[in-house]
Design a protein around this ligand. Structure first.
Ligand SMILES: C[S@@+](CC[C@H](N)C(=O)[O-])C[C@H]1O[C@@H](n2cnc3c(N)ncnc32)[C@H](O)[C@@H]1O
Length: 344
């Protein structure tokens, strides 16, 4: 009976972002029911949240963290993934605990550029711990765009005599991420002290889950994880203690649309596709203008043939690229344009 009640409760949470205490809510979720859990808890750094006190004694903070980490692992499916974002100071404790109840995969170093804090090295990276529960975990290789010189656009990595083997989109993604920046512009930020970029979450979800999978974030803030999930065709459950953040998240979710190219989910930032699944490249490559000559590719960035972007209220992009009969004329125009482009 209790199990039935919990299952019903769980189903009622799907595709919702709700106000509440994450521990209370997660405790009612059945074991092994979520595909991906991602947590970005308060860092206990005296940040000014709307309604959350962010300064506990170390023991108190760690005790609390162990409780929600336990719940995250319990509710994640054996094929699923568990991610925890924090500063290295806390992640070393979390890792030592998670090693007892789950299987370590990676410490992803997100180079997000910090500011000097006195007698310390410049704290330039956040960590994202990546754990799984069994050998049956889902995993897909991803590719990121080639890094290029801002001025001359040349690819920065030296491929030496192996330019012909260079992938047209870009290299496989490693465990060090330097191409995703924190949201600094005020006009792109919500009223939240530590909002994460959506494309950071999209990268995690693209390699660890499939369309239709369920993603849960117990500290959703203004909705970043849910937005990433919705853009990639995943289902989401978001929890935050603060009503104001929940309101902002729900408003943004209403304006969020899937981001797809020829039926494949991709991650887009500022009208550029920045992360793809390796296995999708053959399906989506005809959506880009690309030089076949590796020497040319080295000098010139690839870009989308068609940017069908509707800016809704100027903030959230819809980029939906489908080749269809309706767009045939457009494609003809594009191929003329493409020839022009190549002849420059
Ligand atoms: C670091 S922020 C998460 C930011 C989020 N990743 C984003 O991109 O907007 C931590 C969030 O945890 C929320 N929070 C604190 N204690 C909580 C609890 N017990 N249950 C649920 N949410 C909580 C805070 O209100 C805050 O929004």
């Amino acid at each position: 009976m209790e199990d039935m009640k919990n299952k019903e409760f769980f189903n009622s949470l799907i595709n919702k972002v709700i106000q509440g205490d994450c521990l209370e809510i997660m405790r009612k979720i059945p074991d092994n029911s979520v595909d991906v859990t991602f947590a970005d808890p308060p860092f206990n750094l005296k940040k000014k949240y709307n309604s959350y006190y962010d300064k506990y004694e170390v023991d108190e903070y760690l005790f609390w963290c162990k409780e929600w980490l336990t719940e995250m692992v319990r509710i994640t499916k054996p094929t699923g993934s568990i991610f925890v974002h924090n500063i290295p100071k806390w992640l070393i404790y979390f890792g030592s605990y998670l090693n007892e109840i789950a299987m370590f995969r990676h410490w992803i170093a997100w180079d997000a550029m910090g500011s000097p804090l006195g007698k310390t090295l410049l704290p330039n990276h956040y960590g994202i711990l990546y754990y799984v529960k069994s050998d049956r975990f889902k995993f897909y290789n991803l590719r990121m765009l080639h890094k290029r010189c801002r001025k001359c656009h040349y690819i920065l990595q030296d491929y030496g005599g192996k330019k012909k083997q260079m992938h047209q989109f870009g290299p496989l993604i490693s465990d060090v991420w330097t191409d995703i920046h924190r949201i600094r512009h005020k006009k792109r930020r919500d009223e939240h002290p530590c909002q994460l970029p959506v494309h950071l979450l999209e990268r995690l979800l693209l390699f660890s889950s499939d369309e239709g999978d369920i993603v849960l974030d117990p500290f959703i803030g203004t909705g970043t994880t849910a937005i990433a999930a919705k853009r990639l065709g995943r289902k989401y459950i978001g929890i935050d203690i603060d009503t104001k953040y929940i309101e902002i998240a729900n408003k943004k979710l209403q304006e969020t649309e899937p981001t797809m190219i020829n039926g494949c989910c991709v991650s887009v930032f500022l009208d550029n596709v920045i992360t793809i699944r390796d296995k999708d490249w053959n399906k989506i490559k005809d959506a880009f203008i690309i030089s076949e000559d590796p020497m040319e590719l080295e000098k010139k960035s690839i870009h989308l043939l068609r940017k069908d972007i509707q800016r809704r209220k100027g903030k959230y992009n819809k980029l939906f690229f489908e080749k269809s009969e309706e767009t045939e004329n457009y494609w003809q125009k594009i191929s003329i344009f493409q020839n022009l482009d190549k002849s420059i």
